[in-house]
Design a protein around this ligand. Structure first.
Ligand code: HAM
Length: 419
């Protein structure tokens, strides 16, 4: 038997209802906050991700699904959505009409990470991006939106972690101090960090290896190196979060796994996910639009791990699982055809009606109605046809009534909807 690819998964009926419910709540909230949906392709030129996420990141170095297409061009299954949204914003000159734009997108991403709970090779994200706003108000609105959404979805114990990565002016000074520190603890670092410490020292702050984490405990803090503008911006973000009563902690080691960030970065973390503790992450990426060939327009955004969110939400799939409103049990060829017409007409009226497509006995049809947990059963056989009346049974109250076959769909609809 051919099996799923490792790290990939099916989302089956029974579980998918939860995904749909979460998506509906998220979409509604995003649209209430003025975000417009944008749909971008799942594949892009490799160069787009390499340039925006950064050559020295885990994602680009070892996690991308990259292959040559039939003409030899290198293409990549998207590991994230931000780069594609920026590409689209530039390509379609969406900034020309109004640089301020808010987008959201929901869909699968692909990273060849080591699979484990909460970490998949095809996973889903809910992304939101704000273009054209330099003020920290935009970052705070995003964090507020996340916390509000998690509240609505009954996700417990979430906390916003925030940091500022400064800008192109203040970061070099911090990098120099960090490099000096890394040199002093070099012998305690893992091979990966040893290699990265010169090219991209910030990545060492992001390393998950416990020995590296311990060695980094006394690393300099970027916050001490912020220039006056970046410091004022980060102070303002914190002040606004307090105004909105959003609980947060300042986390000096939060550098995120992608290179495009500047100034405010954030993650929503929870204890209940274990090692994969971030259910959402994001931040400001002011240089990316110009880096990818567009005008100098600031931007900020986030992505929620949809899979992790469904594992954390207090909502349950069975709250949303749709059971048949009615099961039509028909006996005999003539009744079965009639039942089939009714089921189609009822479906058209928004009533979930099921029937047995084969010629099973009444007993086995009733069993199936029970198994499906149908709210009502309509019984029709030769006797009923002769009388011109079918029997409608309410499966909860066990109450039975006769329904004239003539005009049955309208009558049944009235009775079911009235209930
Ligand atoms: P990220 O931190 O790489 O950021 O991913 C965001 C979220 O996606 C994570 O917090 C996590 O919940 C989820 N996630 C990531 N990898 C996996 C995986 N292998 N399996 C399951 N869930 C996963 C970004 O992707 C940025 N593009 C976010 C952003 C948007 N920044 C600005 N705008």
């Amino acid at each position: 038997m051919i099996q799923l690819i490792r790290g990939f998964k099916d989302i089956l009926p029974g579980e998918v209802e939860l995904w749909q419910a979460v998506e509906t709540v998220a979409r509604e909230l995003l649209e209430d906050f003025g975000f417009k949906e944008i749909r971008i392709p799942v594949m892009e030129r490799t160069e787009l991700f390499a340039r925006s996420i950064g050559e020295d990141t885990d994602i680009v170095e070892k996690e991308m699904y990259t292959f040559p297409d039939r003409k030899g061009d290198l293409i990549t299954l998207r590991p994230e959505a931000t780069a594609s949204i920026v590409r689209s914003y530039i390509q379609h000159r969406l900034h020309a009409k109004d640089p301020v734009q808010k987008f959201y997108t929901i869909g699968p991403m692909f990273r060849r990470e080591r699979p484990q709970k909460g970490r998949y090779r095809q996973f889903y994200q809910i992304n939101a991006e704000i273009f054209g706003v330099q003020s920290g108000l935009a970052d705070v609105q995003l964090i507020y939106l996340l916390v509000t959404l998690f509240g609505r979805l009954k996700v417990a114990d979430v906390k916003a972690h925030i940091n500022s990565l400064g800008c192109v002016r203040c970061r070099p000074k911090f990098k120099a101090a960090l490099s000096k520190f890394l040199e002093s603890i070099s012998d305690q670092l893992c091979a990966n960090c040893k290699r990265r410490k010169d090219r991209n020292p910030l990545r060492v702050l992001d390393c998950k290896v416990p020995a590296c984490r311990a060695a980094m405990a006394d690393a300099p803090s970027i916050i001490d190196y912020l220039d006056p503008e970046c410091k004022a911006d980060f102070d303002e973000v914190q002040r606004l979060l307090q105004v909105l009563k959003v609980p947060f902690v300042v986390d000096k080691n939060l550098v995120r796994g992608l290179d495009y960030y500047a100034r405010t970065t954030f993650e929503i973390q929870t204890e209940s996910l274990g090692a994969q503790n971030a259910v959402a992450g994001g931040g400001r990426y002011d240089g990316l639009v110009s880096e990818l060939g567009g005008p100098d327009i600031p931007a900020t955004g986030f992505a929620i791990g949809f899979d992790r969110l469904t594992e954390l939400t207090g909502l349950k799939a069975d709250q949303f699982y749709r059971k048949p409103d009615i099961f039509v049990a028909a006996l005999g060829e003539k009744s079965r055809l009639l039942a089939f017409e009714w089921v189609c007409a009822l479906g058209d009226e928004g009533i979930n009606a099921e029937l047995d497509f084969g010629g099973k006995s009444l007993k086995s049809q009733m069993k199936r109605a029970d198994r499906l947990a149908a709210a009502h059963v309509l019984i029709v056989g030769d006797d009923e046809l002769k009388k011109g009346e079918a029997i409608l049974r309410n499966m909860e109250t066990k109450e039975q009534v006769s329904v004239p076959i003539n005009g049955l769909v309208e009558i049944v609809k009235g009775k079911i909807i009235k209930k």
